[in-house]
Design a protein around this ligand. Structure first.
Ligand code: GN1
Ligand code: MG
Length: 360
C-alpha cells in the first residue's frame, strides 16, 4: 500500500518538525519516498522486498564514505555528486517506528531531476558515463564487507525457477491468461545461464556494482542535461559489469517506457545503445576484461529478459513485489520487456560490433 504520510515519531527522530511540508516523490517501484521541508528525502524501506534494511544502510554508509573520499581526491563536490545519509538524532543511519518499519533520510539535492527516458542520445551517453564512473570509483572497494542485499538478485536461472514456482502455485488463477508469455520465458532458458556459467567458471570477475541502473536512478542538471548524481544505492553489492551496463540499456535504449502497452511504439534503438556504450566505456572501459566486453550485449539481453520474468512472476503472485497502478500493470510490463528482448536478439551481432568500435 502506498503511504501518504510519515509518522511524527520518525520526523522527530530525524530532528524534523511534525508539521514539515511533505511532498510525495513517486517513481520507484519499491520504497515510499517523500521530500520533507524542501531539504531532506525520507524513505520507508520496503520490508517485503528488503528483509534486512539495516544491511542496506550499512552498505550505503560504507559505500558513500568511500566515494566521498574518492570524489574529494579528484576535486569533486560530494555534497552534490553523492547521496548523503542524514543520521537520526541518536546517530543511527535509520529509524524504526512502532509498526516495525525502517525509515532513512538523505539530503535532497536541489536543481537535479530524474528522467524515465532520455531526451537525446547525448543524455544517455551521459548516463553511461555516470554509471561507468560509479563502477570505476568503486573498483578497490572491499567487496567482501558488503551484505548481499537480495541473494541471486541478477541470477537469471534462479529467476526462472521463481517464475516456475509462481506458475505452479498459480495463487491468483492468472496462469491461463499468460500462456504465450510463459512459453516465451521458458523457451529462452538455455541462453539465460550464460553469465552465471562464465562467473562460475572464473571467466568473469565479480565487481562492486549498482545493480539497478535504470535511467531514472541518475539525477541530471535539467539545464545542462549533465549527470549530477547516481541515486538508489539499495542494491549496491557484488555483481557483474554486464548487469549495470545491461540494465541501463534495457531501460534507456528503448523508445518507450517499460509499461508502454502499445508495443508498436516500443523499439530497441541502436543509436541510443551506441551512445550509452560510448559513455559507459569512457569511464568503466579501461578496467574491463575482454570477456566482460564481449558479454556486455548479453547483459542487456539478460537484464531485459530477467525483469520481464520478474514482472510476470509478480503478476502470477498477485502483485506483491512491484508497486502497480492497475491489475494488468505487471503483465503489461512483462509483455513490453519481452518485446524488447526479441528485438535485442535480432540485433545481437550489431550490438557486439558497437562495443568493439567503442573500445577500438
Ligand atoms: C525496481 O525500486 P526501483 O524502481 O528502483 C527493482 C529493479 C527493477 C526495476 C524495474 C530492488 O527498481 O530490480 O529493474 O524496479 N528493484 C528491486 O523498473 O527489485
Ligand atoms: Mg531500486
Amino acid at each position: 500500500m502506498q503511504l501518504t504520510s510519515i509518522p511524527s515519531q520518525v520526523l522527530a527522530a530525524f530532528g524534523l518538525a511534525p508539521n514539515a511540508e511533505l511532498v510525495d516523490m513517486p517513481g520507484g517501484h519499491i520504497n515510499d519516498t517523500f521530500l520533507v521541508g524542501g531539504a531532506f528525502v525520507i524513505q520507508r524501506i520496503n520490508r517485503f522486498v528488503f528483509p534486512h534494511p539495516e544491511h542496506i544502510m550499512e552498505n550505503m554508509v560504507g559505500v558513500t564514505s568511500f566515494l566521498r573520499e574518492k570524489l574529494l581526491a579528484r576535486g569533486g563536490n560530494p555534497e552534490r555528486e553523492l547521496l548523503q545519509v542524514v543520521p537520526a538524532q541518536n546517530g543511527a543511519s535509520f529509524v524504526r517506528d512502532d509498526a516495525g518499519d525502517f525509515w532513512r533520510c538523505t539530503r535532497y539535492i536541489p536543481d537535479a531531476v530524474s528522467y524515465e527516458t532520455p531526451d537525446s542520445p547525448a543524455m544517455l551517453r551521459e548516463a553511461g558515463r555516470a554509471f561507468g564512473d560509479f563502477q570505476a570509483l568503486l573498483n578497490g572497494y572491499p567487496a567482501d564487507t558488503l551484505h548481499e542485499i537480495i541473494p541471486d538478485f541478477h541470477n537469471t536461472p534462479a529467476r526462472i525457477r521463481q517464475l516456475e514456482e509462481a506458475a505452479a502455485a498459480d495463487s491468483k488463477g492468472r496462469l491461463a491468461q499468460v500462456e504465450p508469455e510463459m512459453e516465451f520465458a521458458l523457451s529462452r532458458r538455455k541462453q539465460a545461464g550464460l553469465l552465471m556459467d562464465l562467473l562460475g567458471q572464473g571467466k568473469l570477475p565479480l565487481r562492486v556494482t549498482h545493480n539497478d541502473t535504470k535511467m531514472s536512478n541518475i539525477l541530471f542538471d535539467p539545464a545542462s542535461k549533465l549527470a549530477v548524481c547516481v541515486i538508489d544505492l539499495d542494491t549496491v553489492m557484488p555483481g557483474l559489469a554486464a548487469f549495470d551496463f545491461g540494465d541501463s540499456i534495457r531501460a534507456g535504449a528503448s523508445s518507450a517506457a517499460e509499461d508502454e502497452t502499445d508495443l508498436s511504439r516500443v523499439h530497441f534503438d541502436l543509436e541510443l545503445y551506441r551512445a550509452y556504450t560510448q559513455g559507459f566505456l569512457s569511464t568503466a572501459g579501461a578496467a574491463l576484461t575482454s570477456t566482460e566486453l564481449d558479454t556486455l550485449p548479453d547483459g542487456a539481453w539478460a537484464m531485459t529478459y530477467e525483469v520481464g520474468i520478474r514482472f510476470l512472476a509478480d503478476y502470477l503472485n498477485g502483485d506483491v513485489y512491484f508497486r502497480t497502478a492497475h491489475p494488468q500493470h505487471n503483465l503489461d510490463r512483462a509483455r513490453n520487456q519481452f518485446h524488447l528482448v526479441k528485438q535485442m536478439e535480432e540485433h545481437r551481432e550489431k550490438m557486439g560490433r558497437i562495443v568493439a568500435e567503442c573500445t577500438a
